[in-house]
Design a protein around this ligand. Structure first.
Ligand code: 5AD
Ligand code: SF4
Length: 449
């Protein structure tokens, strides 16, 4: 979501003469768009600000200004501290207020030494004040449909930094999605902190659900693939589960964080489901869409987690078999209920548990990738590869696929959906040779292998 927000900020500032640069040294403004989810992510801000302070001073010695803006969730959570600790920061703006950046920049440009802190939760929805996506970077694009979270998992800062759940109206999303497709986008990834809790208005009266939104988006001509992330197990309703079995554009992959395999820890986390609930949900998903590739998030070393409770997470992973996963050591976040629980797990123990879990998860990922060898997969080509006649795309299951076409064949183009015979697998990607062009003219092409 930060990538999506950064793109929106850059579009918002374009009419004021700002354009992105890869070199901060001569930038008129640097925006650090920050993440607060774990301590490691938010620590990065202060080391980065240290570096920028030097650049800002150098520019000042040449009579030029560099406006430093801190945006994102660290700005939201620690805005006052940033202003106090780093006088060189000009603007601090939260994830719900960045649509006001142009006005804040004008204020900062006029101010000689003032710092601006703007992290309120405004009454007007940010999305009404943002330009629609203009610069499309590739054939796959993000589209934020929902923001914020009302779940209040005890370890998580999101409900405090991103605020309450808000769903964008269906009509706005359709316009934005159609605009993306007109610019060449073939895959849209619907984004939300709790995306499957989506409940945007439809025709000004009815409330839509994520499955209804997906069905509506699937009607857009030229849009080949739809994905969504991140879902909460409690909000996987029957219609959404069934959509995986009946909407061809909805890809057979799902990120469904479970966090822990212990009922007691899930309770302490306030996740609102048991291990058994999760297992039954996976069964229903696999009944609806037998080849669905599941990925998940895990936290090890939540306060009070015993060795036996950690082993329960290992057991759950073995029972399910994930195609991919992210796993983290519990990181205490100031202001969250879990931070004030006793019995914090020793860092070294957390480290050992993380290694053990990651070894199992990466073994499952290898096995999943290996199981693709010999299969013909539909690949959406996204970018050139590193070698001649190589392109990189994604499988329906989200794996990157390095595709080569034969020397004498007409190479396919980026944005095409092609059938690829998978010939090899690596830990994080697949290799394949070009098979047929799926959505072209229906004629088997020369480069059929
Ligand atoms: N410590 C460790 N991991 C966390 N996550 C969220 N908050 C914390 C925390 N305090 C992880 C969860 C979530 C993912 C985005 O980040 O697994 O699903
Ligand atoms: Fe955080 Fe996700 Fe829980 Fe919401 S559902 S509080 S975003 S972990």
């Amino acid at each position: 979501m930060n990538v999506y927000d950064s793109d929106r900020m850059s579009e918002l500032l374009a009419p004021f003469g700002y354009e992105p640069t890869f070199v901060p040294d001569n930038a008129d403004m640097v925006i650090l768009n920050t993440c607060h989810i774990r301590e490691k992510a938010s620590e990065k801000l202060f080391s980065e600000l240290g570096r920028l302070r030097v650049l800002k001073k150098r520019r000042a010695s040449m009579g030029k200004r560099m406006i430093i803006t801190v945006a994102g969730c660290v700005a939201q959570a620690a805005g006052e501290e940033i202003i106090r600790r780093i006088p060189q920061v000009d603007i601090v703006v939260g994830p719900q207020t960045y649509h006001r950046l142009p006005e804040l920049i004008v204020r900062a440009e006029r101010a000689v030494n003032g710092q601006i802190l703007y992290t309120d939760f405004p009454v007007e929805p940010k999305f009404d004040h943002l330009p629609s996506a203009r610069h499309v970077r590739g054939v796959s694009a993000f589209l934020t449909v929902q923001e914020g979270c009302d779940k209040f998992c005890t370890f998580c800062v999101v409900p405090y930094t991103r605020g309450a759940e808000y769903s964008r109206p269906v009509a706005d999303l359709i316009i934005e999605a159609e605009g993306l497709v007109e610019k060449g986008v073939r895959e849209i990834v619907l984004l939300g902190q709790n995306v499957n809790a989506y409940h945007g208005v439809f025709d000004d009266v009815q409330v839509s659900s994520l499955s209804k939104l997906i069905e509506r988006l699937a009607d857009i001509e030229g849009l080949a693939r739809i994905r969504y992330t991140t879902s909460h197990p409690r909000d996987m309703d029957v219609a959404l589960i069934e959509a995986h079995g009946k909407v061809p554009a909805l890809m057979p992959s799902l990120h469904l964080p479970v966090q822990s395999g212990s009922d007691r820890i899930l309770g302490k986390m306030n996740r609102g489901y048991s291990v058994d609930d999760y297992l039954r949900l996976v069964d229903r998903l696999r009944t609806s869409c037998p080849d669905i590739a599941l990925s998940s998030d895990f936290i090890v070393g939540f306060p009070g987690e015993t060795e036996v409770e950690f082993e329960a997470t290992m057991t759950l992973v073995k029972q399910i078999g994930f195609a991919q996963a992210y796993s983290f050591k519990y990181s205490s976040r100031p202001g969250t209920p879990a931070a004030s629980l006793g019995n914090h797990v020793d860092e070294a123990v957390k480290g050992e548990r993380l290694l053990t879990l990651q070894a199992l998860l990466s073994d499952q990922q290898h096995k999943f990738n290996d199981s693709m060898i010999g299969r013909r997969l539909e690949v959406l080509l996204e970018k050139p590869g590193r070698y001649p006649r190589q392109l990189v795309g994604r499988s329906p299951y989200l794996q990157p696929v390095h595709v080569v076409s034969k020397d004498d064949a007409v190479p396919p183009r980026i944005g095409e959906l092609i059938k690829v015979e998978i010939t090899g697998s690596c830990p994080n990607s697949l290799a394949g040779v070009l098979d047929t062009n799926v959505d072209g003219d229906g004629i088997e092409k020369e480069n059929f292998v």
